[in-house]
Structures are given as structure tokens and as C-alpha cells.
Write a protein that binds this ligand. Structure first.
Ligand code: GDP
Ligand code: MG
Length: 351
């Protein structure tokens, strides 16, 4: 097993020597190379790497036309000649001593091994509570929006290992900033293992990321949702929901006209609308996801409808109490109910 350690760099000159030294010690006994993908750094990181290449097994790629973290990693995949790729930062926030643990996980049968801040034993050093909150919140949004990464605690880590087959002939979008997220959604693999590690402090130089990152991240999630077809699903679910309103009204009208009183007529009309929605969602919105037997899907769909109605009513009551205009309050309630029902049905009824 030959290992290629891929390191994207931008102004990391002062970190290289310690990085190479610690990688070499950690991988003592392994057949490995280090692939530096530098975007023509003003501090001449590439030049320093070339000098150090006399002492360490380093391949230097100096990109003069392209820029960007993800595209640098993808370039590294193309140039690396190992069977297993390790991706890590240059600033020693990713301790090289963790690499053998990632490789062990790969040897145990995982195609992807993630150095994870958020599994038991993992940590981040010196982060204020709100920074952790933002980081965890961002991950939660991703996990809710993208079913494929639902079980992964740290899907945005920049430190991971994978078998080269995972990304071979896979079209990865270099615009996204979290390359691991892209790989977890589009790559070819069966099993992921997360290995705990402590995300340390930057050794030298300064961070290039920040500010625009959050917005870019949300855009990336949106693109991946479209790619996975999850956004289509959301739209279909909405169309079905609208059809349910029409069915509900039509049957209410019918039952009242054949002599039922207005209060009782609402119950069968609502049930028929629920059955209408279930049917369309079953043969259209979630047609590719029928794992549970019909009676269970039907039962869960009813639970979702009831939960949604309850959520709608609670939000309505609270907002009206807070003196929000009642029609607006109801609309907000409907919006939340919609999200709750979609997520419940997506992950439980057809999960
Ligand atoms: N090639 C390349 N590397 C980058 C770019 N932006 C950041 N990096 C590298 O990506 C790694 C992580 O960046 P860093 O600034 O430490 O991010 P932070 O840890 O989130 O603050 C470091 O090794 C950077 O040198 C880029 O545009 N091109
Ligand atoms: Mg860093």
C-alpha cells in the first residue's frame, strides 16, 4: 500500500519543515510521498518545498493559473501515485501522528477514514463556545439536508484518508469549499470510519479562511442537495401538499352537500386528503425509497400529519399570544409544519 499525503498550501513556508519531519516520522515504515499543491504563494512556499524535497519524499506542484483549496486537493488526487490518499492542512492543526490511525481504519476495511473533532475523544483547542456552536450548527444543517452524511459526526473535516477508487472517475466540483463533503456525497464507497483527534493551534502564518465561509458552505449544501435530488423531492412534496388542500376542500364541500354537518364532515375530508397525499408521495416523491412495509409507511405518514398539525397549532398559539397578526402566525405555523412533515417522512416513513 503506497500512501500519498496531499497538502494544499498558501503561504505556509514556515510550517513545511516541521510538517515534513513529523509526517516522515509518523509514516516510518510506510511507502509514502508528500504532494504539495501550492497556488504560487507570495512567500514562495513552493520554492521552500522544492529545497526540502532533497531531504524528504516530496512532489511539488506549483499552480500559477488556478487558485482555491478544493481545486488544489483535486489536483493533488490527479498527480498523486499512491493507492491511499491522505488530505491534510500544512499548518499542523492536523497532527501528522494521527495519519497511521487513519491508515489502520482503511486497512480494517473502510474506504474513507475521517480524522474527526466530534466523535468521542475528539476535541478542538482554544475555541470559544460560540465558535463551536456555529461549527456544530453548520454540520447539523448539512446532516439534515443531505441524507447520505446523516451518520457522520464531522463531515467537513479537512483531515481524512481514502482509497483512490473513491474519487477515481468521479466529477468533483472544485467550487465547494469543503472537499470532504463533496466526496462523501459523490464518491464511491461503502464504509466510513471516524477517528478522534484534537484540532490544534496553527503553528506559523495565518488563516486564509473565514468571513465568506458560512455563506459559501450553505451554497455548497444547496448544490449538493440538487445533485442528490433532495431538492426535487422537496418541491414534489410541496406540490402534493397543495393537491391535498384541493382534495380536502372538495370532499368537505361534497360531504356537507350530501347532508353531513359541517363539523363532522371535516374529519373524513381530512383523512381523504391525507390518503391522497400519501398515495402521491408513495408513487412519486419517495418512489425510490420504499424500504418499510405499506402499513408502516401509512402509519408513519399519519404520525407525521398529526405531529405537523400539532407543531402548526403550537406555533400559531404562541405567536398569536405574542400579538403577531393571526393570519401571518398561521402562515409561519404552516411553514414549520411543512418542514417537520417533510423531514419526518423523508427520514422515517421513507427512510
Ligand atoms: N493551494 C491552496 N491552499 C489553500 C488555499 N486556501 C487555504 N489553503 C491551505 O488550506 C489549509 C487550511 O487553510 P487554513 O487557512 O489553515 O484554514 P483554517 O484552519 O480553517 O483557518 C492550509 O494548508 C492552507 O495553506 C488556496 O486557495 N489554495
Ligand atoms: Mg488552519
Amino acid at each position: 500500500m503506497r500512501v500519498s499525503v496531499i497538502v494544499p498550501t498558501y503561504n505556509e513556508r514556515e510550517n513545511l519543515e516541521e510538517l515534513f519531519d513529523r509526517i516522515s516520522k509518523a509514516l516510518n515504515g510506510y511507502d509514502f510521498e508528500i504532494v504539495i499543491v501550492d497556488d504560487d504563494s507570495p512567500d514562495k512556499t513552493w520554492e521552500k518545498a522544492q529545497v526540502l524535497a532533497e531531504k524528504y519524499p516530496v512532489k511539488v506542484i506549483r499552480r500559477q493559473r488556478e487558485k482555491g483549496l478544493s481545486s488544489a486537493v483535486i489536483k493533488g488526487f490527479k498527480e498523486a501515485d499512491g493507492d491511499v490518499f491522505v488530505v491534510m492542512d500544512a499548518d499542523l492543526q492536523h497532527p501528522p501522528e494521527v495519519i497511521p490511525k487513519l491508515l489502520e481504519a482503511i486497512e480494517r476495511g473502510a474506504e474513507i477514514a475521517i480524522a474527526s473533532r466530534y466523535v468521542k475523544g475528539g476535541k478542538v483547542k482554544n475555541w470559544y463556545w460560540y465558535r463551536k456552536l456555529i461549527s456544530k450548527g453548520a454540520i447539523m444543517i448539512g446532516r439534515v439536508a443531505l441524507p447520505k452524511i446523516r451518520h457522520i459526526k464531522d463531515p467537513v473535516s479537512g483531515f481524512f484518508a481514502l482509497r483512490k477508487e473513491v474519487v477515481e472517475n468521479v466529477a468533483l466540483n472544485p467550487i465547494g469549499f469543503k472537499i470532504l463533503l463533496e466526496i462523501l456525497v459523490k464518491g464511491k464507497y461503502q464504509r466510513v470510519i471516524e477517528v478522534p483527534f484534537t484540532f490544534g493551534l496553527r503553528h506559523a502564518g495565518e488563516s486564509k479562511l473565514g468571513k465568506k465561509t458560512m455563506l459559501n458552505y450553505l451554497k455548497h449544501i444547496y448544490r449538493l442537495m440538487r445533485w442528490e435530488g433532495e431538492l426535487d423531492r422537496l418541491v414534489k412534496f410541496m406540490v402534493v401538499g397543495l393537491s391535498g388542500i384541493i382534495v380536502n376542500e372538495a370532499f368537505l364541500w361534497l360531504f356537507v352537500n350530501i347532508g353531513m354537518d359541517k363539523i363532522s364532515a371535516n374529519i373524513p375530508a381530512t383523512e381523504i386528503a391525507i390518503l391522497n397525499n400519501f398515495t402521491w408521495n408513495d408513487i412519486w416523491t419517495f418512489r425510490d425509497l420504499k424500504t418499510k412495509p405499506l402499513y408502516k409507511r401509512l402509519l408513519n405518514f399519519h404520525i407525521a400529519a398529526l405531529t405537523g398539525a400539532l407543531v402548526q397549532w403550537i406555533i400559531y398559539a404562541v405567536l398569536v399570544h405574542l400579538e403577531v397578526y393571526y393570519l401571518l402566525a398561521n402562515l409561519i405555523g404552516i411553514g414549520f409544519s411543512f418542514i417537520v412533515r417533510f423531514l419526518f417522512n423523508r427520514h422515517v416513513t421513507w427512510g
